[in-house]
Design a binder for this molecule. Structure first.
Ligand SMILES: NC(=O)c1ccc[n+]([C@@H]2O[C@H](COP(=O)([O-])OP(=O)(O)OC[C@H]3O[C@@H](n4cnc5c(N)ncnc54)[C@H](OP(=O)(O)O)[C@@H]3O)[C@@H](O)[C@H]2O)c1
Length: 162
């Protein structure tokens, strides 16, 4: 695995959607591997991984933990299926609850989610059991609508560092 990844020191908390496979899982491993050493446990890098299967999330959790020093990062899991608009909404509510911003914090230094990686997506549209049109609709939902809603709601409801 490539070891070169430059991440600004001030970025501490990361959310990666679709982190149970492929590029998302690879990215989560890189974030674990490159987590800076911390003395204070509250300063650990937080890597929030999302997937749609509890089993795959558990496997990913186990795999990521083989990278880097566990004293320097923490993994949080989120399980939601982005084919379903209601689940996308619940996912954002859950994220906002677990990474609250602070409305009274003018310079946003208490903001708790620094980076969102909208990676979840359907790359292979050959899923069985659906008509072609239905597959295109689901692909559009997962690849376009879900990241739009996630980004928009998080930007609106969580203060952003200027
Ligand atoms: N690989 C490429 O060459 C390439 C090129 C261009 C763009 N991309 C895009 O880059 C992203 C990652 O690609 P990849 O090759 O790493 O894909 P991948 O290996 O198929 O992984 C996709 C991830 O998205 C998750 N996902 C799929 N459908 C979902 C749904 N309905 N709800 C929630 N999560 C869902 C998958 O969960 P499961 O593990 O449960 O399926 C998995 O974690 C995708 O958005 C893809 O379209 C990839």
């Amino acid at each position: 695995m490539a070891r070169q990844l430059r991440i600004e020191e001030s970025l501490r908390t990361f959310l990666i959607t679709g982190a149970t496979d492929g590029i998302g899982l690879f990215t989560a491993k890189l974030l674990a591997q490159t987590a800076p050493a911390v003395e204070d446990p509250t300063a650990k890098r937080i890597i929030a991984i999302h997937g749609r299967s509890e089993d795959k999330l558990a496997d990913a959790y186990g795999e990521i933990q083989c990278y880097g020093d566990l004293n320097n990062y923490e993994i949080r899991k989120f399980c939601y299926d982005f084919e379903d608009m209601e689940q996308v909404d619940k996912f954002v509510n859950d994220v906002l609850k677990k990474f609250p911003g602070d409305d009274n914090d003018d310079d946003h230094t208490n903001r708790q989610l620094d980076c969102v990686i909208n990676n979840a997506g359907i790359f292979d549209e050959s899923a069985p059991n659906y008509s072609k049109c239905k597959r295109y609709e689901l692909t559009f939902m997962v690849n376009v609508v879900a990241p739009f809603i996630i980004t928009k709601r998080i930007m609106e409801e969580m203060p952003v560092k200027p």
